[in-house]
Design a protein around this ligand. Structure first.
Ligand code: FES
Ligand code: FES
Length: 156
C-alpha cells in the first residue's frame, strides 16, 4: 500500500506523517514520532503494553491502524501527566512504588487513567475489569490496584 499524509493530534499537537494507512499506530508513535514510552509487547491486543487513549478511550495501539487515529485526540504516556487524572495516577504510582521492571507500566497507567476518567470511585471489581487486559510479568497487580484507589481518593 502507498504512503499518504495523515494528520494526527498527539498530546495536543498536530503531527503530519507520511505512512501507509494500515500501519499500526504504535509504530508511528515509536518509530516516526520517537514517542517510545508506549511499549511493544505482543502486537496482538493481548498484553496492553501499547495502550494509548483515543478520544479518552483506552485502545491498543499495536492493533489500531494509524488511519483510525486521524481526527481523534490521541494521548500517550508522554502527555497523560498534563491532565488532572493522569497527574494523580502518576503521583499515586510513585507514592506506592508500583513499578518493577517497568515494561508494562505505561500501558497500566493509560488504562488506569481511562478507568478513573469514566469512574471516579471504582470498586475492586471495576478495577479488575478495566485492567484485566494489561498484563504484568512482574505481578505488580496488588500495588496497581492500591494505587488506583489512592488516585481515586486524591481526585475526590
Ligand atoms: S503490544 Fe499491543 S496489546 Fe500487546
Ligand atoms: S513491572 Fe515488569 S512487566 Fe509489569
Amino acid at each position: 500500500m502507498g504512503h499518504f499524509m495523515i494528520t494526527l493530534n498527539i498530546n495536543g499537537e498536530e503531527k503530519s506523517v507520511a505512512v501507509a494507512p494500515d500501519t499500526p499506530l504504535l509504530w508511528v508513535l515509536r518509530d516516526t514520532l520517537q514517542l517510545t514510552g508506549t511499549k511493544y509487547g505482543c502486537g496482538m491486543s493481548l498484553c496492553g503494553a501499547c495502550t494509548v487513549h483515543m478520544d479518552g478511550q483506552a485502545v491498543r495501539s499495536c492493533s489500531t491502524p494509524v488511519s483510525a487515529a486521524a481526527g481523534a485526540k490521541v494521548i500517550t504516556i508522554e502527555g497523560v501527566g498534563e491532565g488532572v487524572t493522569g497527574k494523580a495516577v502518576q503521583q499515586a504510582w510513585q507514592g506506592l512504588d508500583v513499578v518493577q521492571c517497568g515494561y508494562c507500566q505505561s500501558g497500566q497507567i493509560m488504562s488506569a487513567v481511562a478507568l478513573l476518567d469514566g469512574n471516579r470511585t471504582p470498586t475492586d471489581a471495576d478495577i479488575d475489569q478495566a485492567m484485566g487486559g494489561n498484563l504484568c510479568r512482574c505481578a505488580t497487580y496488588v500495588r496497581i490496584r492500591a494505587a488506583i484507589h489512592d488516585a481515586a481518593r486524591s481526585l475526590a
